[in-house]
Structures are given as C-alpha cells and as structure tokens.
Design a protein around this ligand. Structure first.
Ligand code: ZN
Length: 385
C-alpha cells in the first residue's frame, strides 16, 4: 500500500473515533431532562429574570416557584451546585412534582450550575446519564461534573481570586459554584450565575436558602448540615427530629465563597437570609471503589468501600450489602429540608411556610418512584431543563 493511502486510512479512522466519542458528548450536552409540574407550582421562570447578564448562556436555568394562597416566609431549595452529586438535583425535582404549599413560598432550582450538568468526568469513567425508576418508566438525567463546563468558561486563571474579598483560591475554583458566592455581575460565568442567585434571594425576599450536595464517606464533612452561626439553632433543632443519623458542621469563617458562608453574610450577602448546606453520603464519589457505574451511582453498594468501613476509616456508618441508595439520599435531603422549614416556621411565626410533602418514612416504604408524576397523563404540564 502506498504511503498516501495509509495516511488517508489513518486520518479517516481518527475522524471516526472523534466523531463517535464527540457525538455522545454532544448529545449529552444537549439532552433535555423532563419535569412534570406538580399541584404546588404557580410559576416557572428563568434565573436570568433576576440578572439578565446570563440570558442566553449555558448558566441560565429553570426556576420553579410554589406559592401558597396565604402570605408567609420564603425558601430557596437548590441542587446541582456540584452537578456530579445527583441526589440534590433529584430531590429538587421531587419537590416540584410532589410539594403543595399553602402558606409562603418555596422556590426550587434543580440545576443551580446548569453548565456543569452538561458535561461529565469522562476521564473518571463517569456514566453520561442515570435513570431514576418511576411508576411511569425511567426518568433520564444528565450525569454532570463538579464544575462549570470548560466549553462555557475557559481558560482557567493561574490563581482564582474570590470576589469581593480577594482571597486567593486554587485555579479550578473559578468554575466551582460553591466557591464563587456571592458572585459578581462582571465576573466569569460561574460568578455571574451565583450573582443571579443572590439577586433572586433578595428580589423574592427569601428567608432560607438550602443547598443540597453529596460527599464521599471517606471525607469528614459528610452526612451533615453545614451552617453559619446564625442558622445553627434552626439546624440543630431540626436534626433532633430527623429519622436518620445526621450531624452539624459550623461554616468556616475564614474560607470564602461557600453558599453557607456568603449567602447570609451581613457584608457580602443578604443579611435577611439563613443558609444551610446538606451533604448526603454518596459512595460513588469515593475514590477507593470499583468501576463508576450507573448501578453504583444509584445503589451505593461497594465492597472496597466496605473494607475501609471495617477499618474504621469512614466518617459515616456503611454496610456494603445495604449501600446508600438514591431513594435514601433523596429522602434524606427532602426530609432535612422539610424539617428546617418546619423549625423555621415554629421559630418565626410571622414568616411561616406551610406545605404538604412526603415524609422520609413514606419515601423509604413506598419507594422514591411513587413521588414522580406521569409525563404522559392527560393535562400534564411538562418543562424541559
Ligand atoms: Zn458538593
């Protein structure tokens, strides 16, 4: 075979590899997740309504508002600050489909960093999607990354300087939504998204902000609520009623950019807001595990992590036969949120928020699948995100 022919064949093979690999990434980036509007949803808008600097960008994201007939307090519940931590995103969808609010306002954002949900950690062997079983067939979600997609925000700086304090951070935090609060209208895309969230909190007059995450069991800050001093009484009383083990961590004063550090700060944030961050234990995120499969993501069963548990190296009780299922992790987030809101309403009678929502016991007994609505039902109102 001639040299030119060999080169041509090699070039075609290279193009085919790039097309096949790139095609699946392109499809994942553009895949739209389905949400059915539950009986409590009164309005759907975009985050850019609160800051038009992100309009038309990958950071713009759907905002679901559930408002009761009676005036009261307000809460923002969001998932997806780290889009590789699915239970916060799924808990937000369960809130949209199953919560009904009679007093006050519940604002829900499943993907606070939507750009991060449009890419995944291919080099970490992450799946591109995960499917949640429902009574009406599987509901397919994009498996995201921890940070804003480099397609949307690039290049990274040598050093990231937190706005507005100027604290120096690792370069990669420039794309980490949970290091960029309170955001910056003139900053990078991640900072602009955080700025839009702060604008939403102020314009909607919200009292509580709940940021739902997942963490490794091999990492000390897991299975917990992280809260600044101002939120700690509410967090502590709420977890006394929790039907599962959960602890509190104090928000570090010296490290900047976290939602729990900045959102309620009297100088950098909104002095009227009380932030809380939840961490559910997620075996998939731990490094010493088997392959990063969709199954591990959903059932949390891993024998290698079990060995670490036997050695007393995990920061959370763990039985590899039982795992940490998505039902458990979503149930925990959803219930911790409802306990915080109930404790808030008990403490601040003039800013009560009243609602109906499934309990932890109901979710665990009936299965998470029971708390999604049928997208194909007559009259079902669908949103894509
Ligand atoms: Zn996180």
């Amino acid at each position: 075979m001639k040299n030119g022919t060999v080169k041509m064949i090699l070039a075609l093979v290279a193009i085919a590899v790039v097309a096949v690999g790139g095609g699946s990434l392109y499809a994942q980036r553009n895949y739209k997740e389905t949400v059915v509007l539950g009986p409590g949803v009164t309005r759907v808008t975009m985050l850019s309504e609160y800051f038009d600097g992100i309009k038309g960008t990958a950071a713009d994201t759907k905002v679901f508002i559930l408002e009761g007939d009676e005036p009261g307090g307000g809460v923002l519940m969001f998932g997806g600050a780290h889009a590789c931590e699915p239970s916060g995103i799924v808990a937000a969808v369960v809130a949209i489909e199953s919560m009904d609010v009679t007093k006050g306002k519940v604002v829900v954002i499943p993907h606070i960093n939507r750009s991060a949900s449009t890419t995944t950690q291919a080099s970490g062997g992450f799946p591109l999607y995960y499917n949640i079983e429902t009574n009406f067939g599987p509901r397919k979600f994009r498996m995201g990354d921890r940070n804003t997609s480099a397609v949307d925000q690039w290049p990274d700086p040598e050093i990231q300087f937190h706005y507005p304090t100027g604290q120096s951070q690792s370069y990669v935090e420039a794309r980490n939504a949970n290091r960029c609060f309170p955001g910056n209208a003139n900053g990078n895309l991640t900072e602009q998204a955080c700025y839009a969230v702060m604008q939403l909190v102020e314009k909607e007059g919200l009292d509580i902000v709940i940021d739902m995450h997942e963490a490794e069991l091999f990492y000390p800050v897991t299975n917990c609520i992280v809260a600044p001093d101002k939120s700690m009484n509410i967090a502590s009383f709420a977890l006394l009623s929790a039907p599962f083990e959960i602890v509190t961590f104090r928000s570090p004063q010296l490290a900047r950019g976290f939602s729990h550090r900045e959102i309620g700060d009297p100088v950098t944030g909104d002095p009227d807001a009380y932030p809380f961050l939840f961490e559910a234990p997620e075996p998939f995120l731990d490094q010493p595990t088997g392959p990063k499969t969709e199954k591990l993501l959903l059932d949390g069963k891993d024998e290698f992590l079990g060995k670490l548990g036997d050695l007393g190296l995990l920061f959370c009780p763990y039985d590899p036969e039982e795992g940490k299922s998505i039902d458990l992790r979503v149930g925990r987030h959803f219930t911790t949120a409802t306990l915080i809101i109930e404790e808030w309403s008990y403490t601040y009678e003039d800013k009560q928020i009243s609602f109906t929502a499934p309990s932890f016991e109901e979710i665990m007994a009936n299965g998470l699948k029971n708390y999604f609505l049928d997208p194909a039902a007559a009259g079902a109102q669908i949103e894509e995100m």
